[in-house]
Design a protein around this ligand. Structure first.
Ligand SMILES: CC(C)(COP(=O)(O)OP(=O)(O)OC[C@H]1O[C@@H](n2cnc3c(N)ncnc32)[C@H](O)[C@@H]1OP(=O)(O)O)[C@@H](O)C(=O)NCCC(=O)NCCS
Length: 171
C-alpha cells in the first residue's frame, strides 16, 4: 500500500475531515471516485486532485473542488496533506493554484471552505489565503464557513498579505 493510500486511513489527517477515518473497502471506493472524469456543470459535481512532490516522487496530499451553486457560481474547496510534510507550504501552493484556476477559468463568483471549529490549522490556513469567516447555511456550532470572492482574490498578493484594499486591514 502506498503512503498516499495509507493516508486515507490516517487518523491524524482525517480528524477534522467530514469523511472520518476509512476502512480498506472505503479507501478502494474513494480511489475509484478520484479516477472519475472531470465534470463541473451541476451542483454537486466535483473533482479531487493529487498533490505530488516531484522531489520525493510521491503523492503527498490532495485538493478537492466541488460546485456548490450554479447561480451565482459557488465552489467549495477541500485540502489535506500527509502529516509528515505539513508546514512546508505544499498545501498553500496547491490551493493557491486551484483558486487561481477556479476564479480565472471556471467563472467562480465565490469559493468557500468549511472547517471544524477546533481545526486551528485549517482556519489559519484559509485566513492566510485571504478567505474570511462569514455566516452561512453551512455554519453550525461545530463548523465555520470561510469564503473569498473574485474581487477578494484579485486584491490578494496570495502570500496572505493584501496589496490593494480600501476598507481597513484584512489581517
Ligand atoms: C490544513 C492543512 C492542509 C495545512 O497544511 P500545511 O502543510 O500545514 O500548510 P502550509 O505549510 O501550506 O501552511 C500555510 C499556512 O497554514 C497555516 N497553518 C498550517 N498549519 C498550522 C497550524 N498547525 N497552526 C496554525 N496555522 C497553521 C499557517 O498560516 C501557514 O502559514 P505560515 O507558514 O505563513 O505560518 C493541514 O494541516 C492538513 O492537511 N490537515 C489535515 C486535513 C484537514 O484538516 N484539512 C482541512 C479540512 S477543512
Amino acid at each position: 500500500m502506498t503512503p498516499y493510500c495509507r493516508s486515507l486511513l490516517d487518523q491524524t489527517v482525517a480528524t477534522y475531515l467530514s469523511r472520518g477515518v476509512r476502512n480498506l473497502e472505503e479507501v478502494q471506493a474513494a480511489l475509484e471516485r478520484r479516477l472519475a472524469p472531470l465534470v463541473l456543470e451541476q451542483a454537486g459535481d466535483g473533482v479531487i486532485l493529487a498533490i505530488a512532490s516531484l522531489a520525493e516522487d510521491r503523492v503527498i496530499g490532495e485538493v478537492s473542488l466541488w460546485l456548490r451553486d450554479v447561480d451565482p457560481r459557488t465552489f467549495e474547496v477541500g485540502f489535506a496533506v500527509l502529516s509528515d510534510v505539513q508546514g512546508r507550504g505544499y498545501a498553500r501552493e496547491a490551493v493557491r493554484a486551484l483558486l487561481t484556476v477556479t476564479f480565472d477559468h471556471l467563472a467562480a463568483h465565490e469559493v468557500i471552505g468549511i472547517a471544524d471549529r477546533r481545526n486551528v490549522a485549517s482556519a489559519s490556513f484559509m485566513h492566510r489565503l485571504g478567505m474570511r469567516a462569514r455566516p452561512g447555511a453551512e455554519e453550525t456550532s461545530q463548523r465555520v464557513l470561510f469564503a473569498i470572492d473574485g474581487h477578494g482574490w484579485q486584491t490578494e498578493d496570495h502570500s496572505g498579505r493584501v496589496t490593494t484594499h480600501t476598507q481597513g486591514s484584512k489581517d
